[in-house]
Design a protein around this ligand. Sequence first.
Ligand code: NI
Length: 226
Amino acid sequence: MLLEIADLLNTDELRRVRALLGEGEWVDGRETAGVQAARVKYNEQLAPRCAAARALQEIVLAALGRHAGFFSAVLPKRVLPPFFNRYRGDGSHYGNHVDQAVRFAPDGTRVRCDVSCTVFLSDPAEYDGGELVVETDTGTRRLKLPAGAAVVYPSGSVHRVEPVTRGARLASFFWIESMVRSPEQRRLLHDLDRTLIALRERDPASPESVALTGTYHNLLRMWADT
Ligand code: NI
């Protein structure tokens, strides 16, 4: 399931993010790609351990932490530290690839990448091209979201970033291990959760709300790996 998250970052966070991105040290994006992906990846990336990158990671992780929609859709178990990339208007692009299944966290432990997230940090008017194209089970999606918006999608999806032909496209990207490994089960839980929220707004104490909330938690109990 692909889900767009509007306004993940607020205006103040976006301003701080853009300032920090200007102070960071940029390196070749192929440093974090696997063998197949490195052959098709042409962009720049913020050096992951520079001071600016650490401050940026904190901002993005804090925004994720307060976003109920992100939690409901992704059911995060572990979130890897966000990376930051830049595609300049010289045709920088990232061809079709599937994200690596397993990556190492900074503490050396392995993390299974279930969900990929991209946070758009440039306004669409700042650049031409640069759409994130994701092949989903319901067709191809082309995404060019407002600055501060994010998209999450299963890490097993084939995806690419189209060439940027003007300006610069800044984004954050990272991976999440979900408590629920299966994309289909995550989707069912997310659908049920959204329906429950609507039902509770209408009648918070109804026996149906209580019963369905129980069903949600019992499904989560059955499927979650904590
Ligand atoms: Ni990717």
